[in-house]
Design a protein around this ligand. Structure first.
Ligand code: ACO
Length: 384
């Protein structure tokens, strides 16, 4: 029987506004995404990560001096304390790279003398250090996993170029650098998604920014969120040959499986980031490896079938994670690092939201409608 006192519950907080924000806007009906008012395609075409991070953190594009200043601050914070490198080495091969990133990012607080200073200025400085060092951590996770030593950062390089340099111990090709420039910009921000909300929930208790960002990393890890990029490329590899695509997808759908890299709580049309990555992938195709060409062919066939079956009818379209895998592989990135790279880039959006939220902080404390029993009589253990 229906419970008359039952409040309206929005499972998964669907459709619930938790605050105002001017950081990012997702228009799920029209398939548009804006960072501080700028359409994502303008940024991915023209910007770099430093400028985009400045935009997110400060609300407007930097002038030359401001850009030089944030570029310098990011470069100067890059080097990792030995204790952090030791954590990465200790966890290498025993833990998932997202777990290593989560632990190492959390441990960064031990090396930040401003950790307890909650002033907006200190939180901005800490944000820049976190954004800088999370990329160094991810690069070092990859470098150590590949059997190399810690590669000390090169301050003369841009943020993304240095990331690839620390990852591979060598300067990247122009092509890899451009791919990763686009991927770092595209993943930087996405309004109140699960991981940003997780960050804000932790920060709303007035826990420090390291705690908040560590919460964000934890939330991003799952395959329903950031982990879908890895899951979708693993699916493409399992499909193996382009001609197997349709039968694989049909049988997965018949078995009620979700196809990773499709569907979104807010976009009920094509995710604009997926469109940008897809176009990039198509441009890359002719001069990429056989593996990338095969994965691209599989991805395009899977996309066509999914859009025909579930696009208009169910609002299930490719999301940012679907085409990301083949693009990362073209840039020489191992699959295990896809989600950690997403986190390293997203740290800029998380920090921007956190700084904004703390200007008018209120503890998050939603309600649950209790459906269990009440007033039970306690029974001693030997009488149960
Ligand atoms: N493949 C097949 N069916 C799907 C998919 C999919 N990828 N996504 C949703 N559906 C179906 C569900 O099975 C469900 O069908 P039903 O009503 O018959 O049971 C219906 O669509 C609604 O799905 P929900 O999971 O309830 O929708 P929600 O808004 O909660 O889901 C989500 C959004 C979690 C992203 C979902 O689409 C999904 O699991 N996608 C696959 C994982 C993924 O790609 N995640 C990355 C999202 S982008 C990001 O976070 C960076």
């Amino acid at each position: 029987m229906a419970d008359a006192g039952m409040p309206q519950i929005s499972r998964g907080l669907e459709g619930v506004y938790v605050d105002e924000s001017s950081v990012g806007k997702v228009d799920g009906q029209e398939g548009r995404l804006y960072y501080r008012g700028y359409p994502i395609a303008q940024l991915s075409d023209n910007s770099d990560f430093e400028e985009t991070a400045y935009l997110l953190l400060n609300g407007q594009l930097p002038d030359r001096q401001q850009l030089e200043s944030i570029t310098k601050q990011l470069a100067e914070s890059r080097d990792l304390p030995k204790g952090i490198v030791d954590i990465i080495k200790e966890m290498n091969s025993k833990a998932d790279p997202m777990d290593i990133l989560r632990t190492a990012t959390s441990a960064l607080s031990a090396y930040d003398t401003e950790v307890q200073d909650a002033s907006p200025e200190a939180n901005m400085r800490k944000s820049i250090r976190i954004i800088s060092r999370m990329s160094s951590i991810v690069a070092t996770i990859g470098s150590v996993a590949a059997g190399r030593e810690y590669v000390a950062p090169d301050k003369s390089l841009g943020h993304v170029e240095n990331f690839l340099y620390m990852l591979n111990g060598a300067r990247p090709s122009k092509e890899s650098l451009d791919i990763m420039r686009v991927m770092f910009i595209i993943h930087a921000e996405h309004s109140s998604n699960a991981s940003t909300f997780g960050t804000l929930v932790a920060g709303s208790t007035l826990a420090d920014i390291y705690s908040a960002i560590t919460a964000g990393i934890s939330v991003l890890k799952g395959p329903l969120h950031g982990g879908a990029d890895e899951a979708s490329v693993r699916m493409m590899r399992a499909i193996g040959k382009p001609e197997n695509t349709e039968s694989y997808i049909e049988s997965a759908l018949a078995g009620k499986q979700k196809i990773m890299g499709f569907g979104h709580r807010v976009y009920k049309t094509y995710d604009p980031r997926a469109r940008i990555i897809k176009e990039y992938l198509i441009r890359l195709q002719d001069h990429s490896s056989e593996e990338v060409r095969t994965l691209t062919a599989i991805a395009l066939r899977a996309e066509k079938l999914m859009v025909e079956k579930l696009g208009q009818s169910h609002g299930i379209w490719p999301n940012v994670d679907f085409f990301a895998g083949p693009v990362y592989i073209a840039a020489g990135i191992p699959v295990e690092l896809f989600t950690p790279i997403f986190a390293a880039s997203r740290s800029s959006g998380w920090c921007a939201h956190m700084l904004e939220y703390w200007k008018n902080n209120r503890l998050f404390r939603p309600l649950e409608y209790y459906t269990g029993k009440i007033d039970l009589e306690y029974v001693p253990i030997d009488k149960r």
